[in-house]
Design a binder for this molecule. Structure first.
Ligand code: ZN
Length: 213
């Protein structure tokens, strides 16, 4: 994702259709589309456009991409297929990628009220599942690259807006934010970053944010 600019979710979906997203971001958009069926017509329209262009230029490009993705999925590096549960908050494509349904994720406590499951570096990106306690503020930070956060359950908000189930929050170098989980239930999601985060804000706020006060 380095050097790219995800101004909007539509731009992200266009890159998804074009097949040039890193694998974790590709899975994130696929999971979004599994929840947000209303965005599928956009995908179909873009695929039709892309199909027309590809026929004129590189007819093998889509097949190459699909076979590469299939190879990555079958390599075992990204988690074994799991027994899917009906009515899970976790889309099937994400369960397959992560290797767990949401109730079985082996969370690690990163900070009080903040749990993560780190999938590590995949295709040049860092992929994590996150669990935020109701009302918990994430320490204020900015980004050295792109950060995509797909909400699966609950919701969080920052100064750019509110993100509930199925929403993708897009942040980059220009965004300094302090995402806060809503108070009624934990906020669970999947995040993909292509560069480290950098903590911001006054030291006292950083300390209280870290401890979750
Ligand atoms: Zn962020």
């Amino acid at each position: 994702m380095t050097g790219s600019n995800f101004d909007t979710v539509d731009a992200l979906i266009a890159r998804y259709v074009a097949g040039n997203l890193p694998l974790p971001a590709h899975v994130l958009v696929a999971a979004h589309l599994e929840i947000r069926t209303e965005n599928r017509p956009l995908v179909t329209a873009l695929e039709d456009m892309a199909g027309g262009l590809l026929e004129e230029t590189t007819p093998m490009a889509v097949d190459d991409r699909e076979s590469r993705l299939a190879a990555i999925f079958s390599s075992g590096d990204v988690g074994a297929p799991v027994a899917r549960r009906p009515r899970s908050v976790m889309p099937a494509v994400l369960q397959d990628f992560v290797g767990f349904d949401v109730d079985d994720v082996p969370w690690r406590t990163k900070l009080p009220g903040l749990r993560e499951y780190d999938l590590g570096e995949i295709d040049g990106c860092h992929a994590t599942m996150f669990w935020i306690k109701p009302g918990r503020k994430i320490p204020a930070h900015t980004h050295e690259g792109s950060e995509l956060s797909l909400v699966l359950d609950g919701a969080f908000h920052d100064f750019t807006g509110r993100f509930g189930r199925g929403d993708i929050a897009v942040a980059d170098e220009s965004i300094d934010h302090r995402p806060t989980a809503e108070t009624d239930r934990p906020c669970i999601g999947f995040a993909v970053t292509d560069a480290p985060l950098r903590l911001t804000g006054p030291l006292t706020q950083r300390l209280s944010d870290m401890l979750g006060f």
